[in-house]
Write a protein that binds this ligand. Structure first.
Ligand code: GLC
Length: 744
């Protein structure tokens, strides 16, 4: 039979369409068979509800439980090692950086559990994963939120490549007490500063929408942990409603608004009700008033600790009180996985509350893409990329603070001129150590990968003769190294004395009654000063230290904090002037521990010239915002687009700032609000805007603050409602003041 070409074409089309119909039909049948929650194209909420509807009570309970995979290096949290984790476990602390280990656990979750729900792997990526950046309090002193966003994005990339999908960061506990070891982990004393760095960190970790390569952020420790009584850890935070709303809650609201996926509740009790089971903070404020869609995880074993805190009879009672208050995930105490099923069955815990917790957990997992691509894409994660190391160096440079720079001879001692300085004595117990530059929460950072201060100095001054003498240890009474230190200083053109804290003198469970360095270090500094040569003091620490006895021993002081993996290079580049110091303090330095609490935003006294301690000056040793530069800046007069305005009217204030020195430099312009009369008294000044910018020598830049009255001038009352009353306001900037009037 003759068949035309056309026939064959028609036949082919017929076959193709039949096949594709079959395929489509098969696909439809498959998709019709496949549950909706496995359909990546379906809306997240629909997938959540579909999956929830399929889960048993026991499966739901397991989603609310967190255990540990790998070796937990946090000596405060060494719990029982679970030999074989259940495939249905909801979340983990993943303590290794081996994606194969994490994927093996993920395969168990996806293939051994009945519904194939991925496990969420978290870790404390506080200031870096393997590339370690400066500690958070130091980052705040950089005033460079865009750079912090870059650093957290790089940390997220390293963490995700190693199998971590969730970080227990940023820590945004406002802290005004350097005795508290955890002051190292937050962004200092100011609510607005913590809010701005929280926003930057959340966006860095999560991107704009938990995009691939990002990690879920976790705002902690909710709330008021930084107000721990006496700066001690795990104790009461006695906080008035007014202070809760105007000081400790704002950074969390900023983080929620930035889209933070999770929150961690705090160990402390808030006026007697533990953060772990505080219905008012967890449900009334966070979930109902702020409509937070994510989940709240307890801190380590904190549900179990409700018994110790005298809030619960036993573990079942603790589990019930915590979840009924609004907690969603129990970290490591096993209160939930061992008791919730029974508590739901006997009606102590409503099933609706359990469902709400599981819904929140599943929502984060879907948004992270874990159902659709549960395994790490990179079997051999790459760390310490040049890009991340450069960000670490830049952030370290910008976070170090020049506290003193006296004239020696005819010029300020710093920067040192590599062409003139021939012999440098580097002295001190932290000069040639990497561990002390990492800080306590250093994740998978490795001390041997750190550029030490000595290595940085040797690299920056290659033509100088650099002699290193340890001189003594960080603690103890051994002075036998002092003579060598003094003699080396005598033979040098300049002595660089490097003193500081051990990495475990700050951080969790590391509160200190005295905030000065051990006497042996102060004695070493005094001995070297007697050598009669110019002295530069470099401090590495996780907290503001009492510098009152150390400051007089040096002509120049650089506070390096714990600057991370490229701290040595960063410091040396400041010493040589290749970089110009731009760090400014994000926390007040008291003269002594007895002056605590002290911070810039104190309310007016009823007698301005009275009431202070009689035996020390009223002012702190170094105030909030303080820091020197190798250049000078002059502020012109501020001008306002209007000085009288209504509450719905934005106004703009500008101010010219000139670099009047010989060196290019970065200046941070701080904009404060003063409301001299208010039905709830307000601090002398409150920071409401800051901007950092590089200004060339001799150049002038115009800085602008666009004021939205409700956002920038308002305070808050003890119910958390905005308080904006007509009347006089002032804007304080660069030592200048511009008076405004808010019309009724
Ligand atoms: C710790 C800390 C918390 C950390 C958690 C997991 O006890 O309080 O900040 O994220 O346990 O390591």
């Amino acid at each position: 039979m003759f068949c035309s070409k056309k026939f064959f074409v028609l036949l082919a089309v017929a076959i193709a369409s039949a096949v594709s119909a079959d395929t489509a039909c098969a696909a439809r049948k498959k998709s019709a068979d496949a549950p909706l929650y496995k359909d990546a194209s379906a809306p997240v909420e629909a997938r959540v509800e579909d999956l929830l509807s399929r889960m048993t009570l026991e499966e739901k309970v397991m989603q609310t439980s967190l255990d540990v995979l790998g070796r937990n290096a946090n000596e405060n949290n060494l719990g029982e090692v679970t030999e074989r984790l259940p495939a249905e476990i909801g979340t983990l602390i993943f303590c290794e950086w081996n994606p194969a280990l994490r994927d093996a656990m993920m395969h168990r979750a996806m293939e051994e559990s009945r519904l194939g729900i991925p496990v969420l792997c978290g870790f404390d990526v506080i200031h870096g994963f393997r590339t370690i950046y400066p500690i958070s309090i130091a980052q705040a002193c950089s005033w460079n939120t865009p750079l912090v966003r870059e650093a957290t994005a790089m940390a997220a990339r390293e963490a995700r490549s190693a199998g971590v999908d969730w970080t227990f960061s940023p820590m945004i506990d406002v802290c005004r007490d350097p005795r508290w070891g955890r002051v190292a982990e937050g962004y200092g004393e100011d609510p607005y500063v913590n809010s701005e760095f929280c926003r930057a960190s959340v966006k860095g970790y999560q991107g704009d929408s938990l995009a691939p390569g990002s990690v879920a952020a976790c705002l902690k420790h909710y709330v008021g942990y930084g107000a721990s009584v006496g700066g001690r850890d795990y104790v009461t935070s006695d906080v008035s409603d007014q202070t809760l709303w105007d000081t400790y809650l704002p950074p969390y609201k900023a983080g929620i608004d930035a889209g933070a996926a999770t929150v961690m509740s705090s160990f402390n009790d808030i006026n007697g009700v533990p953060g772990t089971a505080n219905r008012r903070t967890l449900t009334d404020i966070l979930k109902e008033r702020w409509q937070f869609p994510g989940f709240v995880v307890a801190d380590w074993d904190a549900v179990g600790q409700l018994v110790t805190q005298g809030f619960a009879e036993d573990l079942p009672d603790a589990a019930a009180k915590a979840i009924n208050a609004g907690l969603d995930v129990d970290m490591s105490s096993h209160a939930f996985d061992r008791n919730l099923a029974e508590l739901v069955k006997n009606g102590t815990v409503p099933l609706s509350r359990l469902d709400d917790a599981v819904r929140r957990i599943l929502r984060v997992k879907f948004k992270l893409g874990l159902f659709d691509s549960p395994y790490t894409s990179d079997p051999s994660p790459k760390f310490l990329a040049e890009e991340s190391l450069d960000i670490a160096r830049r952030l370290a440079v910008e976070s170090m603070v020049l506290l003193k720079n006296d004239t020696v001879g005819t010029a300020p001692l710093l920067p040192l001129n590599p062409k003139v300085i021939r012999k440098i004595a580097v002295i001190g117990p932290v000069a040639d150590r990497g561990d002390v530059l990492l800080g306590w929460w250093h994740a998978h950072g490795i001390a041997s990968e750190v550029t030490t201060l000595l290595q940085g100095i040797r690299g920056e001054f290659p033509d100088a003769q650099v002699e290193f003498v340890e001189g003594g240890k960080t603690d103890g009474t051994d002075r036998t190294g002092f003579d060598a230190a003094v003699n080396t200083a005598k033979q040098a053109d300049v002595a660089i004395v490097c003193l500081g804290e051990e990495e475990n003198w700050s951080g969790e469970n590391h509160s200190r009654a005295t905030i000065s360095l051990p006497a042996i270090q102060e004695q070493l500094a005094s001995a070297v000063k007697e050598a009669g040569k110019p002295v530069i003091l470099v401090i590495t620490a996780g907290r503001p230290l009492d510098m009152s006895r150390l400051a007089p021993t040096a002509d120049a002081i650089i506070y390096a904090w714990q600057p991370g993996v490229r701290g040595g290079e960063a410091l040396a580049s400041l010493l040589s002037g290749r970089e110009n110091p731009s760090g400014r303090l994000a926390i007040t330095f008291p003269r002594c521990a007895a002056q605590i609490p002290i911070h810039y935003a104190e309310r007016p006294k009823s007698r301005t010239t009275m009431g202070q301690y009689q035996d020390i000056p009223e002012a702190p040793l170094y105030p909030f915002g303080y820091g020197l530069s190798y250049t000078t800046f002059a502020y012109g007069e501020p001008t306002a687009s209007a000085t009288e305005f209504s509450r719905n009217q934005d106004i703009t204030i500008t101010i010219p700032v000139t670099n009047t020195g010989k060196n290019d430099g970065a200046e941070t312009v701080f904009w404060y609000v003063n409301d001299p009369v208010s039905s709830i008294t307000r601090p002398h000044k409150e920071l409401r805007h800051f901007e950092k910018r590089e200004i060339k020598a001799g150049a002038t830049e115009t800085f602008t603050f666009t004021i939205n009255p409700l956002r920038d001038l308002a305070s808050v009352d003890s119910n958390g409602d905005p308080l904006l009353e007509p009347g006089a306001f002032s804007i304080l900037v660069g030592g200048k003041k511009i008076d405004l009037r808010l019309l009724p």
